[in-house]
Design a protein around this ligand. Structure first.
Ligand code: SF4
Length: 267
């Protein structure tokens, strides 16, 4: 059973858990005060744009049309150039997906597919009041041989020391609850900037049940515990990309306070 503090902050998602674990102050701004982001980071805008272009193209819009539609919404030439650079990976990705679909018997394609579970891991609607954990799957393929491939598009850099299974365990848990007949889960990360798709070894439902589910529930509890003491700042390299840094006292200290350094201080 989840703790009361975990239930209070439900519904959880992968980014909500990682925000709670990383910085309780940011969690407070975003999920408790629900403050509008004071500044939207260019990386966030570009990431959303490329996700949108991929979604449109996977749903059948020609790539040139999909990219020009979302590109026009970016506010500066620099962001449009950065978008163009990432978008050069779309034709090879589409070609790879096309070949992959020819080789395997796909029963169903899932694009931007919402999934949610209750605290007892039974499925529910994404916006339902009893949703405990939820996520939106970027791309999935259900195959006729009772396996499923789950793909997450990432615009950022790889996180050293984390496996694909660590990063996508939430999606595996959600998909296992939604598609109970599935016997094998393939977890893939589409590294957009590197134009590569990295796959985990096949994951069996037993591994989801015995390892990924307890791990996910533990992470939710750890995040709930971390945010339970209120809005504590936890500065780190992630502050550079924090949309709330202009109103965070810790960030102001880090970025603007002059540092005086004397060699004698090292003694
Ligand atoms: S600037 Fe850093 S410390 Fe402040 S809320 Fe954002 S992530 Fe947390």
């Amino acid at each position: 059973m989840p703790s009361t503090r975990a239930l209070i902050h439900a519904p959880w998602s992968a980014s909500k858990v990682s925000t709670g674990l990383r910085c309780p102050q940011l969690f407070h701004f975003k999920y408790i005060q629900k403050l509008k982001e004071p500044e939207v980071m260019p990386e966030t805008r570009i990431g959303k744009a490329i996700h949108k272009a991929l979604e449109l193209s996977l749903m059948g819009t020609p790539i040139a049309e999909a990219t020009s539609t979302v590109r026009a919404e970016l506010p500066s030439d620099i962001e449009q150039m950065r978008f163009d650079n990432l978008a050069t990976g779309m034709p090879p990705f589409a070609a790879r997906i096309g070949q992959f679909r020819k080789r395997r018997r796909v029963a169903r394609q899932l694009v931007e597919y919402s999934l949610a579970v209750r605290e007892d891991l039974t499925t529910t609607q994404f916006y339902a009041g009893d949703a405990y954990y939820r996520g939106v799957l970027d791309l999935g393929y259900l195959f006729e041989d009772d396996s499923i491939a789950l793909v997450d598009h990432k615009t950022g850099a790889r996180i050293p020391g984390t496996s694909i299974t660590d990063q996508l365990e939430g999606y595996a848990v959600l998909a296992a609850a939604a598609f109970r007949h599935v016997r094998r889960f393939w977890l893939g990360i589409h590294w957009i900037a590197e134009r590569s798709v990295e796959w985990s070894p096949a994951v069996r439902p037993e591994l989801v049940r015995d390892e990924l589910v307890p791990d996910l529930l533990d992470n939710i509890e750890a995040a709930a515990l971390a945010v339970d003491d209120g809005p504590r700042t936890h500065p780190g390299s992630w502050c550079d990309r924090c949309a709330y840094r202009s109103i965070c006292p810790a960030s102001k200290d880090i970025r603007y306070e002059p540092v005086e350094y004397y060699e004698d201080d090292e003694d």
